[in-house]
Design a protein around this ligand. Structure first.
Ligand SMILES: O=C1O[C@H](COP(=O)(O)O)[C@@H](O)[C@H](O)[C@H]1O
Length: 240
């Protein structure tokens, strides 16, 4: 299956479409496997998605069968305002009263390197020693074309292992812990959530420019079912 672009006039419509996609996949995988595994993205874009899921889909998804992971995390305490975990806790887990044992936070209290190792072990245990294969990975896109914490001109971009790596990112002056592209690409379904004109240049680089993964890391993301959920401003520089 190729890349599917879902382009809507407004971010509200984008979020509604992705929330429904999330719900449809959750129902499908819970019916098939009695669980739905999802790796969340961080930053600010997903906040409204989480709030929508926690309100409109509170009663239509069997949330007790959903298991949450993080595609990347900042090397900060989980109580820090920059923490991707804290954002998800406040906008999704707390409103839905998610069982904390179903949420796999990156244990940043261990320090970045040890946290990456511990997270890798968590995945090995959760997936019974098999390669981690998430039902859904949700990704954002930075205006510099990074996704997860796969930033331009970093060593992790050429890592061919499906793993979790810790590295210092000079661009943001902090350590990050991130899925590698092969780990993301193992997923059954991958959804980019990108809205706002500020992302238009990056979207064009990723979807239409020649391959240059060092400049445009999100070009590394491939998958059986890779879907983009975009508003028109974010898609505004794509060839019509
Ligand atoms: O640093 C990060 O940025 C990206 C994009 O965030 P957004 O708020 O511009 O959507 C995010 O996907 C990633 O998880 C986060 O750590």
């Amino acid at each position: 299956m190729g890349v599917k672009l879902n382009i809507y006039k407004t971010d509200t419509e984008v979020l509604a479409s992705l929330a429904k996609y999330f719900a449809d996949l959750a129902k499908k995988y819970i019916a098939a496997n009695d669980r739905f595994t999802v790796a969340l993205s961080g930053g600010s874009s997903p906040k409204k998605l989480h709030e929508l899921l926690a309100s409109e889909y509170r009663d239509t998804i069997d949330w007790d069968k959903v298991y949450f992971f993080f595609g990347d995390e900042r090397d900060v305490p989980l109580t820090d305002s920059q923490s991707n975990y804290l954002m998800a806790k406040q906008t999704l887990f707390d409103p839905l009263e998610i069982d904390p044992s179903h949420v796999f936070a990156v244990q940043t209290n261990l320090g970045a390197e040890e946290a990456a190792k511990a997270y890798t072990l968590n995945l090995i245990n959760f997936f019974d020693g098999h390669n981690a294969c998430f039902d859904l990975v949700i990704l954002g896109l930075g205006d510099n074309s990074h996704t997860a914490s796969l930033f331009p001109h970093t060593s992790v971009l050429t890592d061919e292992s499906a793993s979790i790596q810790a590295l210092y990112i000079d661009e943001v002056k902090m350590n990050r812990i991130t899925f590698t592209a092969p780990l993301i690409n193992n997923a059954h379904h991958i959804a980019f959530l990108v809205y706002g004109a500020g992302k238009a240049e990056a979207v064009k680089h990723i979807l239409e420019d020649n391959k240059n993964i060092q400049e445009y890391p999100a070009q590394l993301i491939k998958g059986n079912d890779l879907q983009w959920f975009l508003d028109e401003p974010a898609a505004g520089k794509l060839e019509k």
